[in-house]
Every structure is written in structure tokens, then in C-alpha cells.
Design a protein around this ligand. Structure first.
Ligand code: ADP
Ligand code: MG
Length: 701
């Protein structure tokens, strides 16, 4: 096989110097082709001293040397056991000693070559290193060695028990020289220059074989930029495609229309709500499809804004739908919207998975004919059999629970005849760190509600150890005696002895029989049938039940101003964002409220999470904190967001780079919306490969 015939897709066995056995080992890490191997990046670099002949090692310094094992033996017993070895390299002898390392007996044998690093000392007239770092090497395999006085940086690769970092390094050192000329750069030279980025081939060379720290950071910057840019290009293409090639119905609005909508509302809007109403009015009266996210903390009053957008559609003689993630939430929206609209207002249908076939047929018929203008529903709304006469506005509540595909399914329910798609408004009570929302939802405009309706008392939050539960529930009893109500949230229904997970049933029994004896208690959870659950919730709302024990089904959905205490059992089992959501279920009226986090946290991270909850009621702050503590995947569940993980970029550190990538992607797509020029073929292919599927770019290509 000649060198020139090698391609990035060539199997590793084609690379001279990579043995069949090494290739087999590498394939257990999913590394089968040259390109895959080169893309296997070190996760860090280790400083390594320059190697020197043994005779030149300087006592008192950290040194590195290699030599043949001429003798080795374990000495002593038990705890005192040490392992000694002698190395010769032709220039002199080097003594090695490891304390407390009996396992070395099976690792180091006479005749083998070792490479060692550690602090040299003079001991009994010889040079010795105690507890050196070492590796067994093949003296004939020319591993790159450190040169020069300053030593070098050695890449440390993600490895396995079968393939060591050094084996990967060896393979890469064989493949890299042939692979580098084959790497095509998708970035135009002008952009590279403007952002001071090295070429792609150079970046790969510098990350695998850096001369110094500076090269490592330049290489990382380039590779991180690439990841961010490809994502932002995908997002920008998608956005451009929607805005330029799709049309939505431009709704009518006027002073009179707005007044007639706002007059139906039971209270004055807050300043923040008024700003969002203005944003929505501008959006919905244009024929550019709206893609707006409303972010507002729990209780900030998003429902009215959804209703505003929906009624704007009705005023123009069109239809609107509200999609909720759970049945309880859909039911509550349906109920509260029906209540606000009153007897005179337009009727609202409810579409969930638990309707009878006849009920369902009724709803579908009314939506298809246009007889009904408003519908609230769950995922059941997304099924193909649901059609509208003219759907102008689609609102999604708790957007993070739905993926891009669901947005697309809803969008496709516009008016097939006229080719118009509905305006999309998504709402979330999970405040999303700005860096993330740029990344994940870069195709959305964002409105933020940063003000709660007047008259809310902040919820006092305390953390209590399990040992204080009796007092915690004495406090609950006091609240009940004052005529108030309480939630108790438990992380699971049945519990799990093995993992120590608390179950709802056990807590219920305990409260009923001892801690809250005589208090009226009921439980709701996801396994109850809808009518039962509805019945219990209704009784709680009407004050017939004092304490409601629940799993996270109450995370979204209930609005009970008289509930003033939220006890969360095993609070460390919940994420920060989730805890904040749960806490938002109390403090919805004028009464002072309390949230008690019962927990004996076991990890530093859970201690921090609970401290953050105690210290802040600001959802945005908590979201940032959650992001720092657990990364983006946890906030959304990467399955839900569908976002492919980054390998190099780190969103909590690389915001500047993200901003640059976003600006560059927007400029680029503005100039060339489909990246259709032949010079763009490579970058286009890479965008589609990385992000086509999850962004649903099929229609863009
Ligand atoms: P979110 O969905 O943002 O969590 P909701 O829309 O459920 O919040 O509103 C929370 C509570 O605040 C509801 O009881 C609602 O009626 C009330 N509310 C909403 N807007 C206002 C307002 N401008 N003034 C007073 N109360 C309001
Ligand atoms: Mg809501």
C-alpha cells in the first residue's frame, strides 16, 4: 500500500506501523478508520520532562529517563513491602523503588524497557527515583519522546482497560503525518484570518503533538469554534428557511381589538406582561411566521399571554391551539381559560388521550370544520388525524418538554390550501441561561417576564435533616390549623429499598398514622386514573383536603393560593430547576409561604444545590447555577433537546466564542442562505451531518 493511496476513510490496518492487533484494540473504542482516529482528541495534556541519559540526571530535579530492567524484586512483607528495580541505559545505572506496591511484581520483569519519571535523588552512591511514574515500552517502537530542555506536553487520550492512552498516542503518531494533508478545511481563509484561527489540519497537529501550551489552546479554540459554528449555521439556515420561504397569516389588530381582549382579563397586566403583549402584537400581525419563546418564572402569569395570542387569532376569524405537556396541565389551562372567557366568550375544546372515541370525533370534527376556534390539548393534538380549518396561532407550554419534531408537527397543521403555517409561541417556566438559549433555541426570539404579579410574598426556604421531620410536620399541622393547606412531594410512588429511595405510599401511611394523625390527607400520582386524580385535585382546590401528597405530577398544573407549605422529601433527589418549579406551587396567594427541603445530602453537589435553593428565589439565577453544577444535559435531558453533545466546546466557558460563531453564522447565511455554492459544499455537508437530523434540516437541503 502506498502512502498516497491512503484516505481518511481507510481502515487503520492500512497505516504502516499500526499492527493488526493494535487496530483490533482501537476498534473496541469505535476507532476503525484513519479519520476517526485523528478525531479522537486528547482530553488533556500532561507536562513531561525531557528525557536524558541516566548519567546526566541531576539529583534534586524531576527527571525522565529510559532503560532496560536488569534486576527487580519485591522486598519485605505486608505493609512494609516495597518493590525495587534497576535500570541500565548504557550510560549508567538508575535505582527505582516503589513503596507499598506488591502488584508491580506482575508488571515489571527483567529484560523489559521502562520509561520513568520522578524526582531523582542520590542514595548510597547511586541515582535513585522513589515511586516514579513508569510505563513499559517497546524500545524499537519509536514513540515520540520529549526533546529540549523544557520537556514537552504529552496528550492524554480517553482510553480503556484494553487500549491505553499511550497505545492510542502511538497509533496517532503513525497515522497523523499521512492524514494531515488529507484534511480539508471547511472555513474560508478570510474568516479564519478574521478570527485568528489556525487551519483545520494545523489544529489537529497541534492538539495531538503540541509544541507548547499555546498550541494546545489555539487548537482547542479552533475545534471548539467549529463545533459552535456548524451548529449555529444549522440554526441560522433553519431560521432563514422559515422566515423567507414560509408565510403565516397576518392577524388583524387595533386598539379596539386589544381592548376587547384585555377587558376579559380578571386583572391589570403587569408591566412585564404588557411588554410581551406588545411583542406578540407586532409578531402576529406580520406574515413572517412567529417563533417566540416567552420565559417567565413559575407564577409570572404566562397563561394570560397565551390566551392573548389565541384570542388575537379568534378576532381575525381563525383558530388557535394550546399544547401542554401533561393532562393535568391541559385540564387546568382548559378550565382557567374557560373561566376567563366566561359565558359570553368563545368555547374551548379539550383534546387529550383519555377522551372516548365519540368525544374525540366530536372535537376533531369541530376543529376541521372551523366550528370551534380554540383548543387546549396534550400530545394528542399532534396526531395526524387532527386537522384545522385555519390554525393561525399555536402555543406550546413548557417548551422544554417538547422537541423540535413536535414543534414541526404542530407547524404542519397550518392551512394546507393557502400554504400558510401557524405562528408559534412557546412558553417556559424553566429560565434558560442565555448561553444555552442561544445555542438550543437560536431560531427563537425571546421575551422575558421578569416581574411577578403584585402582592406575592417570597417563599421562605429552609433545609431540614431527616431527623427533624417530626418538627417539620408539626409546622404543617400548625398551618392546617390556621386554615391553610400543604403539599408534600415524594420522589417516587413505591420507593426502593436498595437505593434508599423514599416512596409516596410509605410517607402517606406514616403521616396518616402518626405525624399528621387526624388531618385530612390525600395522594395523587401518575398511576391514578384521570377522573380519580381530577376528583382529588378538585377536593384539594376546594379546601376539603388539607395535605396533598404527590409525586412530581404537581410540578406543573396546580394553582392553589391557599396552599402555603411545600415539604419536599429527599429534596437532594431532585434537580435545581425541578425544585424551583415545585416551590413555585406555593406562594401564589397573599399569605406567607414556606418551602421545607427535607434532606441529608451526601454529595458536595447536592449540598450546593440545596444551598442555592435556600439562597435564591430567582429562577434565572438558579438555572445558571444548575447549568454550572450539572451541565446542559440535565436541564433539558439531552434526549429531549436532541442536541448532540459537544466534544471540545464548553458552553459554560466558551461564551465569547459562541457569540463569535453565532455572528459569523448569521452573516454567512444572510449572504448564502442554503450554503449552495460549490465552495461551500464541504461546510454544508458537515452542517447537515452534525445537525441535519435533530434540527430537521431535511426541508432546508
Ligand atoms: P405561570 O403559567 O407563568 O406559572 P399563571 O399564568 O398560572 O403563571 O399565573 C399564576 C397566577 O397569577 C394565576 O393565579 C393567575 O391568575 C395570576 N395572575 C396572572 N397575571 C396576573 C396579574 N397581572 N395580576 C394578578 N394576578 C395575576
Ligand atoms: Mg403555566
Amino acid at each position: 500500500m502506498t502512502v498516497s493511496a491512503l484516505a481518511l476513510t481507510s481502515p487503520l490496518t492500512d497505516v504502516p506501523g499500526i499492527s493488526d492487533r493494535l487496530a483490533r484494540d482501537l476498534s473496541t473504542l469505535g476507532l476503525n478508520a484513519v479519520g476517526q482516529l485523528i478525531a479522537h482528541l486528547p482530553h488533556r495534556h500532561e507536562h513531561e520532562e525531557a528525557e536524558a541519559p541516566i548519567a546526566e540526571l541531576v539529583p534534586g530535579h524531576v527527571v525522565s529517563a529510559r532503560g532496560e530492567v536488569t534486576a527487580c524484586r519485591p522486598v519485605g512483607f505486608g505493609k512494609k513491602m516495597r518493590f525495587e528495580a534497576v535500570l541500565h541505559d548504557g550510560s549508567d545505572r538508575l535505582d527505582l523503588v516503589w513503596f507499598n506496591a506488591p502488584y508491580l511484581r506482575s508488571k515489571i520483569h527483567p529484560g523489559e524497557w521502562l520509561r520513568v519519571q520522578g524526582k531523582a535523588q542520590r542514595y548510597k552512591n547511586a541515582i535513585q527515583i522513589a515511586n516514579p511514574r513508569f510505563e513499559v515500552i517497546d524500545p524499537d517502537a519509536e514513540l515520540p519522546t520529549a526533546t529540549g530542555d523544557g520537556g514537552s506536553l504529552r496528550p492524554v487520550y480517553p482510553a480503556s482497560s484494553r487500549v491505553s492512552s499511550r497505545a492510542i498516542e502511538l497509533a496517532i503518531s503513525k497515522a497523523l503525518p499521512m492524514a494531515l494533508p488529507l484534511i480539508e478545511d471547511h472555513l474560508p481563509a478570510a474568516l479564519r484570518e478574521q478570527r485568528s484561527l489556525p487551519g483545520l489540519g494545523d489544529a489537529y497537529r497541534m492538539i495531538h503533538r503540541p509544541d507548547d501550551e499555546d498550541e494546545v489552546s489555539r487548537a482547542r479554540r479552533r475545534l471548539a469554534y467549529d463545533e459552535l459554528l456548524l451548529l449555529q449555521l444549522g440554526v441560522a439556515m433553519k431560521r432563514h428557511h422559515l422566515r423567507e420561504t414560509q408565510r403565516a397569516p397576518a392577524l388583524r389588530s387595533s386598539e379596539r381589538v386589544q381592548r376587547s381582549i384585555l377587558e376579559r382579563f380578571p386583572f391589570e397586566l403587569t408591566g412585564a406582561q404588557r411588554r410581551v403583549v406588545a411583542d406578540l402584537t407586532t409578531d402576529l400581525t406580520r406574515d413572517i411566521p412567529t417563533n417566540r419563546m416567552i420565559q417567565g418564572d413559575v407564577g409570572s402569569g404566562k397563561t394570560l399571554l397565551a390566551l392573548y395570542a389565541m384570542l388575537l387569532a379568534v378576532e381575525s376569524g381563525q383558530q388557535a391551539a394550546l399544547l401542554a405537556p401533561t393532562e393535568i396541565l391541559a385540564e387546568q389551562h382548559h378550565e382557567s381559560i374557560t373561566r376567563v372567557l366566561g359565558e359570553q366568550g368563545p368555547e374551548v375544546d379539550l383534546l387529550t388521550g383519555t377522551l372516548t372515541p365519540a368525544e374525540r370525533a366530536g372535537v376533531l370534527g369541530r376543529l376541521a370544520s372551523g366550528q370551534r376556534s380554540l383548543v387546549v390539548g396534550t400530545h394528542a393534538l399532534l396526531t395526524e388525524s387532527v386537522t384545522f380549518r385555519s390554525l393561525a396561532v399555536a402555543v406550546i407550554d413548557e417548551q422544554h418538554r417538547f422537541g423540535v419534531h413536535q414543534r414541526a408537527a404542530l407547524r404542519s397543521k397550518g392551512d394546507a390550501e393557502s400554504g400558510l403555517i401557524p405562528h408559534m409561541v412557546v412558553m417556559t417556566a424553566t429560565p434558560i441561561p442565555r448561553t444555552l438559549s442561544l445555542t438550543l433555541f437560536g431560531d427563537l426570539d425571546v421575551s422575558i417576564i421578569d416581574e411577578l404579579p403584585p402582592g406575592r410574598e417570597p417563599v421562605e426556604t429552609v433545609v431540614e435533616p431527616t431527623a427533624n421531620r417530626a418538627e417539620v410536620y408539626a409546622g404543617v399541622r400548625d398551618a392546617v390549623e390556621r386554615g391553610e393547606q400543604a403539599f408534600v412531594v415524594v420522589p417516587s410512588i413505591d420507593g426502593d429499598e436498595e437505593t434508599g429511595l423514599t416512596g409516596l405510599r410509605a410517607v402517606q401511611l406514616e403521616l396518616e398514622q402518626t405525624l399528621l394523625r387526624g388531618v385530612s390527607i390525600a395522594a395523587v400520582h401518575g398511576r391514578l386514573k384521570r377522573p380519580t386524580r381530577e376528583h382529588i385535585m378538585e377536593r384539594f382546590r376546594r379546601g376539603l383536603i388539607d395535605v396533598l401528597i404527590a409525586t412530581t405530577v404537581i410540578e406543573v398544573g396546580v394553582d392553589i393560593p391557599n396552599a402555603t407549605v411545600m415539604v419536599i422529601e429527599q429534596a437532594d433527589r431532585f434537580g435545581l430547576a425541578q425544585l424551583h418549579q415545585l416551590r413555585g406551587r406555593v406562594g401564589r396567594g397573599a399569605l406567607a409561604s414556606r418551602c421545607v427541603l427535607v434532606s441529608d445530602p451526601t454529595t458536595p453537589e447536592s449540598v450546593e444545590r440545596l444551598a442555592a435553593m435556600r439562597g435564591s428565589t430567582d429562577g434565572f439565577f438558579l438555572a445558571e447555577r444548575d447549568f454550572e453544577l450539572r451541565g446542559p444535559g440535565e436541564i433539558f435531558g439531552s434526549r429531549q433537546s436532541g442536541l448532540p453533545p459537544f466534544r471540545v466546546a464548553d458552553l459554560s466557558r466558551d461564551h465569547l466564542l459562541l457569540g463569535a460563531a453565532r455572528d459569523d453564522a448569521q452573516d454567512w447565511v444572510m449572504r448564502s442562505p442554503r450554503l449552495a455554492d460549490t465552495s461551500e459544499a464541504l461546510v454544508r455537508r458537515r452542517v447537515l451531518k452534525s445537525h441535519g437530523a435533530w434540527l430537521g434540516l431535511g426541508d432546508v437541503g
